[in-house]
Design a protein around this ligand. Structure first.
Ligand code: ADP
Length: 191
């Protein structure tokens, strides 16, 4: 299974991916976190933050995630993933891709500002440190139209969100396991 996160910087992607991996590992479920920041410093070094590069970034990470998923490992893509078109492309390209929308009011993200990015958008024009392409502030984030799971990290705690995400993954895994026990001829999709 591939879990593709989408959500702004500071929304809690790294925190929830790490907590979820810990919880699922305790149950004997293997999880690989595909962290956007890590891959941007390695395999995706050549990519910037234009729309085309952000889309290419997701395509590459989606491919890697699908390889893990094929081996029975739950792959969590911890990435901003701002475009609906690319998210749907992944859903349609690989089996078992689930979209999880992590949401939080931008005012809360300005207060958290874990990486110091939000305050850089407030710098005066001309300041070399000013950020002009922070997703959700001055760069586009398309709200997912039909995510498989929605979590609001502004109103729910880390533990509550982790529990919801683990429950979601466990339910999906048992449904997949159940489907595999039914002979293929007996499954009628979209009658
Ligand atoms: P991202 O990876 O999306 O940039 P991080 O996980 O690095 O975000 O940072 C999120 C911050 O928000 C952390 O300091 C975390 O403790 C805090 N936080 C508060 N509530 C939540 C929640 N419900 N889920 C995840 N993170 C939360």
């Amino acid at each position: 299974m591939v879990i593709q996160f989408c959500g702004l910087s500071g929304v809690g992607k790294t925190t929830l991916a790490t907590q979820t991996k810990m919880q699922l590992n305790l149950k004997g479920i293997a999880v690989e976190i595909i962290d956007g920041d890590v891959y941007r410093s390695k395999l995706c070094k050549d990519l910037g933050f234009s729309k085309a590069d952000r889309q290419e970034n997701i395509r590459r990470l989606g491919f890697i995630a699908s390889r893990f998923s094929d081996q029975g490992i739950v792959a969590i893509m911890s990435v901003i993933n701002p475009y609906e078109e690319t998210r749907l492309e992944l859903v349609n390209s690989y089996p078992d891709v689930k979209t999880v929308h992590l949401d939080c009011p931008v005012e809360t993200l300005y207060k958290r500002d874990t990486k110091g990015l939000y305050k850089r958008t407030l710098l005066p024009e001309g300041d070399p440190q000013k950020l002009h392409n922070l997703t959700g502030v001055n760069d586009q984030f398309e709200i997912p139209l039909s995510p498989d799971l929605y979590l609001n990290t502004g109103s729910e705690t880390v533990d509550e969100c982790t529990e919801s995400l683990c429950d979601f993954i466990l339910t999906q895994l048992s449904m997949s396991a159940l489907l595999q026990t039914i002979p293929k001829d007996n499954i009628i999709l979209n009658p």
